[in-house]
Design a protein around this ligand. Structure first.
Ligand code: NAD
Ligand code: IPM
Ligand code: MN
Length: 349
């Protein structure tokens, strides 16, 4: 019995998760997968009512599941940073989900803003480090609110943290067995301490992977290459902050925020799957958001837990619906209603 924790979260989170669960139910039925879900009300409303983001013991409880399925966090009435750090980052860090896996794949039938590029050219994966960098929350203020104010936000990189995510990316390049190429993206021309550690670690770990071609690109140039020559990429490995930024660009390259999904992976523990978009408050409750990203996250979840047939069915259903032309525009408000897209994919499954 597969045990899945569900955190719908804020804004459009609940409505896209509802569609994801519809597709999960259809796939489980078709592939004969037994599963059980437990829903958690973590998010902005709970925080506003109780003052609490994650209750005591929540991480230990989440650690008991086979996987976690998350919608989105971020509430217009809650100051930025509270839910993001105490809910989303608390789970990523607390469950040591050190890989943030973000596929950038253009499905046939999906519009891309990049002229002359299609599904053949746009198919790569970003492996974003997920537990270090500026995200650790080290820093502070002195002389707060005065003209002399100093603010620091420290980027932390450890040898262990760097090595494990780079090794994961090499393994992935091998497993994908496509171009067998791993591109490290950094800013080692300026961040001469932290990213020097990345460069050295990449070179050392790379010696264990003679079959994988090693490539390097600075993050600024990467933004340019992702638009100009996306076909150069197979697997990218990068730091937490850069990975966050380039995957929103990657989302657009693959058709928009409506379709980009991710997995927060702890290869030895419990992983969490979510669309990469946020709570998009202006679309909340309107049945206008595209649930495809949340559905793609279900596909990644099923694949990760080894429900291969169910995952394949979802992937094929997503591809079929997209190829059918029934969703000519993936963007919120222009795509068919949220619930109809869920129905389409569930039926195709
Ligand atoms: P956002 O991703 O919520 O929305 C930005 C825009 O992307 C939307 O206006 C919409 O045009 C598009 N979009 C988002 N989801 C879509 C969908 N399902 N279908 C179609 N289009 C979609 O980013 P934001 O406005 O910068 O942030 C809003 C809140 O979400 C903030 O509180 C932020 O901190 C939070 N956030 C959370 C996550 C997460 O939970 N992983 C990720 C990003 C942002
Ligand atoms: C994402 C989001 C998060 C991040 C925020 C909400 C903490 O932007 O999942 O990409 O920066 O990782
Ligand atoms: Mn982001």
């Amino acid at each position: 019995m597969l045990k899945i924790a569900v955190i719908p979260g804020d804004g459009i989170g609940p409505e896209v998760v509802r569609e994801g669960l519809k597709v999960l139910a259809a796939a489980a039925k078709a592939a004969d997968v037994k599963y059980d879900t437990v829903e958690y009300d973590f998010g902005g409303d709970r925080y506003l009512a109780s003052g609490e983001v994650l209750p005591k013991g929540a991480l230990e409880e989440l650690a008991q599941f086979d996987a976690i399925y998350l919608g989105a966090v971020g509430h217009p009435e809650v100051a930025p940073g509270i839910l993001e750090k105490e809910l989303l980052l608390a789970i990523r860090f607390g469950l040591d989900q050190y890989v943030n896996l973000r596929p950038i794949k253009l499905y046939p039938g999906v519009w891309t803003p990049i002229k002359d590029k299609g599904p053949e050219e746009i198919d790569f994966v970003v492996v974003r480090e997920n537990t270090e960098d500026m995200y650790v929350g080290t820093g502070g203020f002195t002389h707060y609110g005065t003209p002399q104010e100093v603010a620091t936000q420290v980027a932390v990189y450890t040898r262990r943290g760097t090595e494990r995510v780079i090794r994961y990316a090499f393994e992935l390049a091998r497993k994908r067995n496509r171009k067998k190429k791993l591109t490290m993206v950094d800013k080692s021309n300026v961040l001469t301490y932290g990213h020097d550690l990345w460069v050295r670690t990449f070179a050392e770990v790379g010696e264990e992977y003679p079959d994988i071609e090693k490539d390097h690109a600075y993050v600024d140039a990467t933004c340019m290459w992702m638009v100009k020559n996306p076909e150069w990429f197979d697997v990218i490995v990068t730091t937490n902050m850069f990975g966050d930024i380039i995957t929103d660009l990657g989302a657009m390259v693959q058709g928009g925020m409506g379709i980009a999904a991710s997995g927060n992976i702890n290869p030895e523990g419990v992983s969490m799957f979510e669309p990469i978009h946020g709570s998009a408050p202006k679309y909340a409750g309107l049945n206008k958001a595209n649930p495809m990203a949340a559905i793609c996250a279900v596909q990644m979840l099923l694949e990760h837990v080894g429900a291969t047939e169910a995952a394949e069915r979802v992937e094929k259903a997503i591809a079929d619906v997209l190829a059918s032309g029934r969703i000519p525009d993936l963007s919120a408000g222009k795509c068919p209603p949220t619930s109809e897209i869920g129905d389409m994919v569930a039926e195709a499954v």
